[in-house]
Ligand binder design. Sequence first.
Ligand code: 13P
Length: 249
Amino acid sequence: MRKKIVAGNWKMNNDLTQTEALLNDLRKQRKTSFAEVMVAPTFTNLWHAYEALRKADIEVIAQNMHFAENGAYTGEISASMLKTVGVNTVILGHSERRAYFYETEEMLAKKVDTALAHKMRVIFCFGEELKDRKSENHFNIVESQIKGSLFHLKAEDWKSIVLAYEPVWAIGTGETASPEQAQEMHAFIRKTIASAYGEEIAQNVSILYGGSVKPDNAAEIFSKPDVDGGLIGGASLKAGDFFAIVNAI
Ligand code: 13P
């Protein structure tokens, strides 16, 4: 059965002092939840977060990594570096990585392969821009993003893949996809996977929604049958809001 997951993507927010305060709040406010809970601090705070949350049943995950094993890639972070600080899950393909750091489908396919070779779980992000939705090209865009980076995988690899549909126009804008728009796209994604890998794999992959999920809209979005949780940006920076979203599942 597919898992329910709520992951907080802290992006480039929170220095060490702010991270400590948030980790403290998370520890204090953590209650048992139906969903798996994850947070993605910035690289410099991963080890600290891992140590702080190891007994709180909150997984610490990374926001990105490089595809190479090691070498002359100034400023980059490898899979084994992440694993040695307790990280076993990585977000790949976030629209901010695609837009500002020119990550391509091919590059992301390599990153996915490296993560899987290191037995890491991948939260693979994708989603259309506003212009694509306006021109009714959003299904094509999403299909090509998934196919371009994931359809070379073997059936068994899908056990380590979580998908995150994040329409770019809904990220950090306060404008969220309606629960119906999210459901429609998630059902389409599942159908696309079923067409290549069969119904069982498609039914077992968790598909998260991301883009302006807040405590007051989470329950309605999560109530849709193909929405298995959320990838939360802004609202994950306050423990109270984040757990309100976690509890909305
Ligand atoms: P917001 O929740 O701030 O819109 O960000 C969503 C996101 O990009 C999570 O990865």
